[in-house]
Design a protein around this ligand. Structure first.
Ligand code: GLY
Length: 571
């Protein structure tokens, strides 16, 4: 049975039992307390809590889905027989439609009759007396009813209690099915709501209590990769038809573990890119960068992307539609990476031992992610752990936040926009003048070359500004002079620079220029220079334009096809 046939079988089976087929939600959840969608139930949270009405939205109290999911907790284990970052999750859900009896009977039917597998044993919850949750004897009896010979084991809250995901949510005891020694299906009886995180629930020290859920319901999760492994009688997930074509396309000089890492990371990368995520130093983008750079250090060509797309295109046609965007994300990151990689590798070679501090320095200066440092330096980084590295990362973030507040008088300005670099008060003053000069030049460029000109990048040091913009040809000396003159006239007019906080949408509507980023906060700052310029920006700026001084464009050049760059100084 192919993986596509397993998917279809699952959906059809539950459709025939009165479930509405619901498409996968995005890998990027609406819940801001989690980075990625980690389970099928996440999109259904409001139906358990009673905030949304399943009958109204689905015409049924029962749904079935195949959810794109991503878990980063096991990132260091990827390469062994079973761990993954990206995976697909099969799940059936009910919001008050059916309860344990049907959930257990259908699960048994699907595994034994539809797939022809033999269940080794099942587990049920042993109970949690301290929270007044009894052992799940009901499920034990129900399993015995469907198969008197079945082995039922009891398990603790660590293994047989699901949720909550994120900072709060539905949760409850589970029953789990084991086939060929591996857990393949987790059936959750969502009967509680916990107003805190799973960690708080497990450490038992919080004064928060389990509450009864508005609509007790069913939530199940079965990883497609593991299921395919047992159905296809393979020794591990990487031998299934979900991975084989990808793995087989890789050069033979890689060992098996490395091939698995490449296969896993490239799948995750393709799906993240298809949802508009781009590599960066923050949040989802940071995870993506780590995954991508690990592959890139191994000189993997972008053919791997087509291998992944081909495996998934029939179920996820959006991958084909976005193929060019995905390839562009890959090649842009590769360019950035190549620039710094060689220097980073040289530095790494010079070090005798790599501890968390030096590893973080390598990441900060050369973009070498933790995994890569571990991979390359082998014995030299024996004592380096992920925890220690993350600790350094956190320390650094706290430091730069504190630094930003000090420098900008606590205006909450962001230093890590990549736009402004300053080491002390003196430098900051100069960089601030250059920053306002950047806005003036941007406005002047548009007045001279046309309003379709927009920013493609900006970088400011205390010595100079650098501004990239989309334009297809070299500027004439006359144009450059005109732009410079216009900007300097604005300096002479001594316009006030004012800042206004507004909603992102309102800022765009007011005509403020915005440099496209994946995500803006709901409230943004708009800086206006008289009626000469208006831009969405993190600041800082001078208070009136005469402080900028005389602006001089010192260079105009091409960056890439369709993008020009100017460098300018202030005197
Ligand atoms: N929500 C059930 C699972 O992910 O296993």
């Amino acid at each position: 049975m192919t993986h596509s046939e397993i998917r279809e079988k699952f959906l059809k089976f539950f459709e025939s039992k009165g479930h509405k087929i619901v498409p996968s939600s995005s890998l990027l959840p609406t819940d801001p307390s989690v980075l990625f969608t980690t389970a099928g139930m996440q999109q259904f949270k409001p139906y358990y809590t009673g905030e949304a009405d399943a009958m109204k939205d689905f015409g049924s109290l029962n749904t079935v889905s195949i959810q794109k999911s991503m878990r980063t907790s096991d990132i260091d284990e990827v390469g062994d027989e079973s761990h993954l970052t990206f995976f697909e999750m099969l799940g059936n859900f009910s919001f008050g439609g059916y309860w344990k009896e049907a959930a257990i009977a259908w699960a048994h039917d699907f595994i034994t009759r539809e797939l022809g597998l033999k269940i080794d044993y099942v587990t049920v919850f042993e109970g949690l007396p301290s929270a007044n949750v009894p052992a799940d004897e009901e499920s034990e009896l129900l399993w015995k009813e469907v198969d008197p010979k079945i082995i039922v084991k009891r398990a603790s809250i660590q293994d047989n209690f699901w949720g909550p995901t994120g900072s709060e949510g539905p949760c409850g005891p589970t029953t789990e099915i084991y086939v060929d020694g591996v857990e393949i299906w987790n059936i959750v009886f969502n009967e509680f709501f916990y107003p805190g995180s799973r960690e708080e629930l497990l450490n038992g020290k919080s004064d928060k209590n389990l509450e009864n859920l508005k609509t007790a319901g069913i939530d199940t999760g079965m990883g497609l990769e593991r299921l395919a492994m047992v159905v296809q009688r393979k020794k591990n997930i990487f031998e299934t038809d979900l991975f084989e074509p990808i793995i087989n396309s890789l050069p033979n000089h890689f060992d098996l573990r490395t091939k698995r890492v490449i296969a896993d990371h490239s799948r995750a990368m393709v799906f993240l890119a298809s949802e508009g995520v781009t590599p960066s130093n923050k949040e989802q983008g940071y995870v993506m960068r780590r995954l991508m750079r690990r592959i890139m250090a191994l000189n993997i060509s972008n053919d791997i992307i087509d291998q992944v797309i081909n495996t998934y295109a029939s179920r996820y046609p959006e991958l084909l539609v976005r193929r060019n965007e995905i390839l562009t994300v890959y090649s842009e990151e590769l360019n950035k990476f190549n620039k710094t990689l060689r220097n980073g590798l040289n530095e790494l070679k010079r070090l005798e031992a790599v501890d968390a501090h030096s590893a973080f320095k390598l990441y900060e200066s050369f973009g070498l992610p933790y995994e890569l440092i571990k991979d390359i330096s082998k014995d030299k980084a024996k004592s380096l752990t992920r925890e220690a590295f993350d600790e350094e990362f956190k320390k650094h973030q706290e430091k730069s936040r504190a630094g930003a507040e000090k420098k900008f008088g606590g205006h909450g300005l962001i230093l890590d926009t990549g736009e402004l670099k300053a080491g002390n008060e003196e430098e900051l003053k100069k960089a601030t003048r250059l920053h306002t000069a950047t806005h003036l030049l941007h406005a002047a460029l548009r007045k001279v070359l046309g309003a379709e000109v927009h920013q493609a990048g900006s970088d400011i040091t205390p010595e100079r500004l650098r501004f990239d913009f989309n334009f297809t040809r070299k500027l004439t000396p006359e144009e450059i002079k005109k732009i410079e003159d216009l900007a300097n006239e604005a300096v002479k007019k001594d316009y006030k620079v004012t800042k206004e906080e507004m909603a992102y949408e309102d800022a765009l509507r007011s005509g403020a220029l915005a440099f496209f980023r994946l995500k803006y906060p709901p409230k943004v700052n708009v800086y206006s220079v008289g009626d000469f310029s208006k831009e969405l920006c993190g600041g800082p700026h001078v208070s009136s334009t005469s402080e900028v001084g005389k602006i001089k464009i010192v260079k105009e050049e091409a960056v890439s096809a369709g993008v020009r760059r100017i460098r300018a100084i202030v005197e």
